[in-house]
Design a protein around this ligand. Structure first.
Ligand code: ADP
Ligand code: MG
Length: 295
């Protein structure tokens, strides 16, 4: 009997990255979350995001964080390359969002990336297409201003199957909005701008407190009154914002829950929050809520 003899071989790194990318970045919104968090981890206080075609054609993010040194730029786009941990124990006392060092490698493997970064001592630029570096420029240069410009083009251009998972434009846009809104609510003390396609830039100046940011982001132009409730017990503190306005059902309502600055969905807490609104809302009705839990 004849057998098809296939030899065992290690896959090239960029193919492994393309396969793994599906786990880390399912869709444009998950990718946007990763790069926003990277900018925060780098200490950015000002972020400018531009999206074309819901991120499929272009996602660009400009931040004023500490930058990536020119020499290390290629490393930032390698799998398991991170500046956030260097030994296993570190994962138990992290105060950054990322640490797995997978996001940028995954992104670069399924798009055409160009990144420019300025640190206090260097300026660097890199281009990566489908995980393969086509250009890397390094310059020693002193600078007072630092930051990173990341341009991600033609997302999933080389993984057509992944592209098929991307649903309708409306649903993609809604996913992205949810990610950006939760980011804005959480990081009320950062300057942010957002541009969709060729539309006018939406500008969100940094705010002194969460309530002002909530009004800016969720209730633009409407006079929604918010009730603020704070409590803490046994190492857990809760800050809850409830709208006075209410109506039947939950459709078209803003419901946001953050635990330790991470946006989460949790049915049990959701119900507790709706119950706690009972003093404010008529029976059978509910309003908007934004809740921050720290523990
Ligand atoms: P992780 O965030 O898990 O470390 P990423 O792949 O998201 O992994 O990023 C890899 C590394 O690249 C980070 O550890 C960080 O050192 C650097 N990096 C990524 N984005 C930025 C940024 N906007 N500014 C400065 N450094 C960055
Ligand atoms: Mg990261």
């Amino acid at each position: 009997m004849q057998m098809n003899q296939t030899s065992i071989q290690l896959l090239p790194e960029h193919i492994v990255d393309q396969i793994k990318a599906g786990e880390v970045i399912e869709r444009p919104s998950t990718l946007i979350k990763e790069i926003l968090e990277n900018a925060i981890d780098a200490g950015a206080t000002k972020l400018d995001l531009h999206l074309i075609e819901n991120g499929l054609e272009l996602i660009s993010l400009i931040d004023n964080g500490k930058g990536i040194s020119a020499e290390e730029l290629p490393l930032a786009f390698c799998r398991h390359a991170t500046s956030k941990i260097d030994k296993f124990e570190d994962i138990y006392h992290l105060n950054s969002y990322g640490f797995r060092g997978e996001a940028l490698a995954s992104i670069a493997s399924v798009s055409k990336v160009s990144c420019e970064s300025t640190t206090v001592t260097s300026y660097g630029q890199i281009n990566i297409d489908g995980g393969l570096t086509s250009n890397h420029y390094v310059e020693e240069r002193k600078s007072n201003t630092t930051g990173t410009k990341l341009f991600i083009k033609d997302l999933f251009y080389n993984t057509p199957v992944r592209m098929k998972f991307i649903q309708s434009k409306t649903s993609e846009k809604n996913h992205i909005k949810k990610i950006i809104h939760s980011f804005l609510l959480d990081h009320f003390d950062k300057d942010f701008s957002l541009k969709w396609d060729n539309k006018e830039k939406e500008i969100y100046p940094k705010k002194e407190n969460q309530a002002d940011r909530i009004k800016d982001v969720l209730f633009k132009g409407q006079s929604i009154e918010l009730e603020e409730i704070s409590a803490s017990y046994d190492g857990v503190s809760v800050k809850l914002f409830l709208s006075h306005e209410s109506s039947r059902g939950n459709a078209h309502k803003s419901h946001f829950l953050f635990v330790n600055q991470r946006y989460v969905k949790e049915m049990a807490i959701h119900k507790v929050i709706l119950n706690s609104g009972a003093t404010l809302w008529p029976e059978g009705e509910a309003g908007h809520y934004i809740c921050f839990v720290e523990m």
